[in-house]
Design a protein around this ligand. Structure first.
Ligand SMILES: Cc1ncc(COP(=O)(O)O)c(C=O)c1O
Length: 382
């Protein structure tokens, strides 16, 4: 028996840059330093071109975070004083960006099977002041209802935008996350499936949105060299070293996703039929997920905190943070947004557990996780 102290640890996630990646990045950062073009330069332009090409869109505008990309999209749509539908089960920034842009987030409930929002729920939450819908692809899953959501938005004269921070490389019927509506926002924060250290991008086929995004990200200046301001912009620029890091990870993205999918398939096979008290969430029909997270639902009454501690201490299995631990309206600063009846979101948040998953994870590490949950089940923890 391996003692708890000497047991190999499976980390919740891992950010991978191989020695070749590091050398590639270092060489180009030296080039950037030599050139003196440290921000909004050729590497940023190349990163944008490659992102746009991989997602099949006309424009990609890089910025310095996924929070910035959200706020820019919302400012470009002038949401001040208006209502924007936002899921209750999402990251703080989805709603905070609406508030920062002067709008009012209206929370929608979560479908526990897809972790997303249904057409029915959108219809229920519409208000006379609603101007748009923000859909979030939690864990990398794109709901099969996406085309119906786009059709509903069109029929109601609303814009549809996506916070696709979790869904880089996910598709639904071959269509990339972030491309179902007017614009999509991505984050390159280190824990995401690909990273630029910090960063984000707006993808769109809309020429006006792309032009606005470029204005907003650079202090709302009329042009790069002209210090007159025509929008309430901010410093949301992406630096060249960040673009270099992002470029490299973006080139690795297909392989990194393939590895995540291999681990997810191994979990799926082991946990099929609700084995060990866990219910895996199958990817929605037509969705090829990037498996940013591997989410399982816990049986009623399971103590998640206790289970996570047990798995870590007894089996070296470190589960990652949930998506999300609590829905938005359970956060002190956002409790005023509670419209009532968000029980799906409360269940989705309260009952989920995210098993370790990352691009360089080995089958042996996945098997350690599977053996760990089996043992936790036998011990009555799961
Ligand atoms: C759903 C979602 N939206 C927005 C963000 C914000 O991205 P960033 O951390 O790059 O500002 C994140 C990242 O954590 C996220 O997960």
């Amino acid at each position: 028996m391996v003692s708890a102290m000497s047991m190999p640890q499976v980390p919740p996630t891992k950010i991978d840059f191989s020695p070749e990646d590091r050398a590639w990045i270092a060489a180009r950062i030296i080039e950037v330093l030599e050139s003196g073009r440290l921000t909004l330069g050729p590497f940023g332009e190349q990163f944008e071109a490659e992102l746009a090409r991989s997602m099949g869109v006309k424009h990609a505008v890089t910025v310095n975070s996924g929070t910035a990309s959200l706020e820019i999209m919302l400012r470009a749509m002038d949401v001040a004083g208006k209502d924007v539908l936002v899921p209750a089960n999402t990251f703080f920034a989805t709603a905070a960006a609406v508030i920062a842009a002067g709008g009012n987030p209206v929370l929608m409930d979560t479908d526990v099977t897809t972790l997303s929002t249904s057409v029915k729920e959108i219809e229920r939450r519409l208000t006379p002041k609603t101007v748009g819908i923000m859909i979030v692809h939690i864990a990398g899953f794109i709901t099969a209802e996406m085309p119906d959501i786009a059709a509903l938005a069109k029929a109601k004269g609303l814009w549809l935008m996506e916070d696709a921070a979790h869904a880089q490389g996910s598709t639904l019927d071959g269509k990339s996350a972030g491309t179902f509506g007017l614009a999509g926002s991505f984050s390159f924060y280190p824990t995401k499936v690909m990273t630029s250290a910090e960063g984000g991008v707006i993808v769109t086929d809309d020429d006006r949105m792309a032009t606005e995004a470029k204005l907003y990200r650079d202090q709302g200046k009329a042009s790069f060299l002209q210090n007159t301001h025509i929008r309430m912009g901010y410093n949301w620029r992406m630096s060249e070293p960040h673009a270099v890091i992002g470029l490299r990870h973006h080139q690795n993205l297909p392989d990194m996703i393939k590895n995540r999918q291999r681990i997810a398939a191994r979990y799926d096979a082991a946990l099929a039929g609700g084995a060990y008290g866990l219910r895996p969430l199958p990817a929605p029909k037509g969705c090829v997920s990037n498996y940013y997270k591997y989410v399982v639902m816990l049986a009623d009454g399971t103590d998640r905190k206790k289970a996570k501690t047990w798995l870590r201490d007894e089996r070296g299995v470190n589960c990652s943070g949930e998506v999300y631990e609590v829905p938005l309206h359970k956060n002190e600063v956002l409790k005023h947004l509670d419209p009532g009846d968000l029980t799906g979101s409360e269940t989705a948040c309260g009952r989920q557990l995210c098993l370790p998953i990352f691009a360089s994870m080995t089958d042996a590490q996945a098997d350690q996780v599977i053996a760990g949950v089996k043992a936790a089940h036998q011990a009555g923890i799961l």
